[in-house]
Structure formats: structure tokens, C-alpha cells
Design a binder for this molecule. Structure first.
Ligand code: NAP
Length: 345
């Protein structure tokens, strides 16, 4: 057994695509389940707290940093097993780059996650907020999740029904926050073509490109085209994707708001509630292509939901800018936007 030697006093700005935050007292990368155990044991022996991260694309570090051990999940793996009825189970390590996983499944002609193309970050992060895009959600293809259960100090296998999934959320970010550290996912994919209806922007792409047979590869291509024209690349521009969730309001609230704002876009949900595009609210509140000299923060010109760090120095700057947006949207619409990326620790 190797003796674990975490690095000390590591800048956490390098472990968030927002590029902000203080330092970690200790940081170590883990490549195997055994190393996961060793890392948690190391933290217990040294009497410091521990937390695990993936690609850093959906987290923001506080300026105070972290007086504990940051464990960077690098567990790799990609195993395929054929099942009955054209189904395939693909087991992937949580540290795999998510988009590489999508690319491999699409190359194999499998449907299920191709609409989740180009989502930054690691595979292990996708169940935490039940990542979804263009009509597909990770909950729809997940079979099981393996995780280290810090409460039991052991590895567990969770069925989808045990994960508390809902729109962009799960037990991993709510009731059991900080308890489970995902080490692998099993995805149930199908050898088939994705079925309509497709999202408006995707349908439009197919029409413009005269695509009549929608294969997983064609849907991936459409999503890559749309995303890369609309969203900043976190490798080039500091951002963490959508900074706010799309709010869900009741049928009554929708009627009230529509009486004042007849153009308010809304997507109906089961039970009469409605999902409102947060980007529309942010633009209407005066933050379309906004550049804030006080904080060095901005909204992305083609997608106001994405906050961009242009010249910000601290997470405090980001949070001041965030609060300006939250306040303006609340003043105008009475809706409180909720931050999507996790503020750590
Ligand atoms: P968009 O396509 O402009 O859509 C804005 C909102 O309208 C979203 O809430 C979306 O719902 C909803 N919508 C659009 N077409 C719909 C349809 N045919 N049926 C039901 N609802 C529909 O959104 P965008 O901001 O550019 O993002 C594109 C996609 O990426 C969206 O699906 C968005 O949710 C997703 N995304 C996800 C994450 C994440 O998981 N953290 C982050 C960024 C973007 P849905 O949200 O239910 O799709």
C-alpha cells in the first residue's frame, strides 16, 4: 500500500472553472476505490474534514479556502455489457470526462445521453444535480450508482429509485449532501435512434441541415453546434455554466405574472406548475450582456444565465454581482433565483 501524501496549500482557483477561491490546506487526486478509502482514512487520522470534487465545472470556492482535504476524483473506467432487447449497460468511472463518455456511446450507435453532449465536467458529477439538456436527463438512463458512503465508511450501490431525483436535483445535493461520493455510474442505453419530439432549437438545426434520419450522432452534432454557438467554453472563459436554476412557479403565480408580463415564456409541468427560463427574467431585469466594472463579472451575451468572470479577483466579487441580479429579478418579478453551482466548503 502506498503512503498517501497530499499536496499542501493548493490554490483552489485552479479547481473551479470560475477561476476564483482561496486555498486548500491539503489536496490529493485518487485513481482507485482503494485510494478513495485511503484518502478518507488520511483525513480521519489527521482530524481534518474531507470533500470530493470532479472537474470543478459546477463549484465555486469561498475566498476563505478549505482547512481540510480536497479529494479530486480521477477514477477511470468504461465497461460495456450487452443486455436483452437492444439494451446495453455502460459502466463508467466517475472521474471520466463526461463528454468523452457521451462521444464513445454515440460512436457505438447508442441512444440515451447524446443530448447531454458538451456538458463540462466529470461523469460522477452528472447525477448530483440530475443533469439534463434538450429533453434528456441522466435519471432516464441511470441504472445504478456506486458511491463511497462516508456515514457507513464503505462503498454502496444505489438504485435510481433510491437517489431522490427530481428536476435538476437529487438526494446528493439535498438531504444527503456530503454523505455519498460517487465512484462509478451504470447507464442503460439503447441501440436505436432518439425519438421525437426534439427541442425547438434541435428541430430547427435538423431542418436547416436537411437531416431526415436522426441518429444519436446527428443529435450530438446538433447539440454541439447549438451549445458552442451559445455558450462560452470553460477552457477559455472562466464560467460554471448556468449560474441559476430555471425557477418553477405555481399555476396561480403564472396567471398573476402573465397579467403583467404577457410575453413571459413558460413550460407547463405536471400538476399545473410551470418552468420559467431564468435567462429571460435576467435579461428583462436589465442584465442582458451586462458587464459590471465594480466586480469584473459579466453575463454571457448570448445566454444571460451564464455568469462570466472577466477580471474578478475574489468570490466575494462574484457573489456581489450575483446578488445584484437576484435582487433585480426579485424586485421586478417577485421570483427568487436559486444558485446552481455549489458554493464550497
Ligand atoms: P433553452 O433551450 O433556451 O430553454 C429554456 C427553458 O425552456 C429551459 O428551462 C427548458 O427546459 C425549457 N424548454 C425549452 N424547450 C422545451 C421543450 N421543448 N419542452 C420543455 N421545456 C423546454 O435553454 P438553454 O438555457 O439554452 O439550455 C439548453 C438546454 O440545456 C436546456 O434543456 C437546459 O435545461 C439545459 N441546461 C442544463 C444545465 C444543467 O443541467 N445544469 C445547465 C445548462 C443548460 P429544460 O431545462 O427542462 O430543458
Amino acid at each position: 500500500m502506498m503512503v498517501m501524501k497530499p499536496s499542501q496549500n493548493v490554490s483552489l482557483a485552479d479547481y473551479s472553472t470560475m477561476g476564483l477561491g482561496g486555498s486548500a490546506a491539503y489536496l490529493v487526486a485518487v485513481n482507485t476505490r482503494q485510494e478513495v478509502l485511503e484518502a478518507f482514512n488520511w483525513a480521519a487520522q489527521h482530524q481534518v474534514p474531507a470533500l470530493m470534487i470532479g472537474g470543478g465545472s459546477n463549484i465555486v470556492w469561498r475566498d476563505e479556502g478549505y482547512q481540510g482535504l480536497v479529494i479530486v476524483n480521477k477514477l477511470l473506467g468504461y465497461e460495456v455489457s450487452d443486455q436483452a432487447d437492444c439494451q446495453v449497460l455502460v459502466k463508467v468511472g466517475a472521474g471520466e470526462t463526461w463528454d468523452k463518455v457521451v462521444e464513445r456511446t454515440v460512436q457505438a450507435g447508442l441512444t440515451g445521453i447524446e443530448a447531454l453532449s458538451l456538458i463540462p465536467g466529470s461523469a460522477g458529477a452528472t447525477p448530483v444535480q440530475n443533469v439534463g439538456a434538450y429533453g434528456q436527463e441522466i435519471v432516464n438512463t441511470l441504472d445504478t450508482i456506486e458511491a463511497f458512503d462516508a456515514q457507513a465508511a464503505d462503498f454502496v450501490t444505489l438504485k435510481v429509485s433510491e437517489c431522490g431525483f427530481a428536476y435538476r436535483t437529487s438526494r446528493f445535493k439535498t438531504t444527503d449532501h456530503g454523505r455519498f461520493y460517487i465512484t462509478s455510474l451504470s447507464l442503460r442505453l439503447t441501440k436505436a435512434n432518439p425519438q421525437p419530439p426534439y427541442y425547438g432549437s434541435v428541430q430547427q438545426y435538423f431542418e436547416e441541415h436537411k437531416i431526415t434520419e436522426v441518429t444519436p450522432a446527428a443529435l450530438r452534432e446538433a447539440v454541439i453546434y447549438i451549445r458552442s454557438h451559445k455558450l462560452p467554453d470553460p477552457a477559455k472563459t472562466h464560467n460554471t455554466g448556468s449560474f441559476f436554476g430555471n425557477p418553477i412557479i405555481s399555476a396561480g403565480e403564472l396567471i398573476q405574472l402573465r397579467s403583467k408580463y404577457p410575453d413571459l415564456p413558460a413550460w407547463p409541468l405536471d400538476g399545473g406548475s410551470a418552468k420559467i427560463p431564468a435567462a429571460w427574467l435576467i435579461e428583462q431585469a436589465g442584465f442582458k450582456d451586462a458587464h459590471d466594472p465594480d466586480t469584473g463579472m459579466a453575463t454571457w451575451p448570448t445566454q444571460a444565465l451564464v455568469l462570466v468572470n472577466e477580471t474578478a479577483k475574489t468570490t466575494a466579487d462574484l457573489l456581489v454581482f450575483k446578488q445584484k441580479i437576484v435582487g433585480a429579478v426579485h424586485d421586478k418579478f417577485g421570483i427568487t433565483l436559486v444558485q446552481e453551482p455549489e458554493l464550497l466548503p
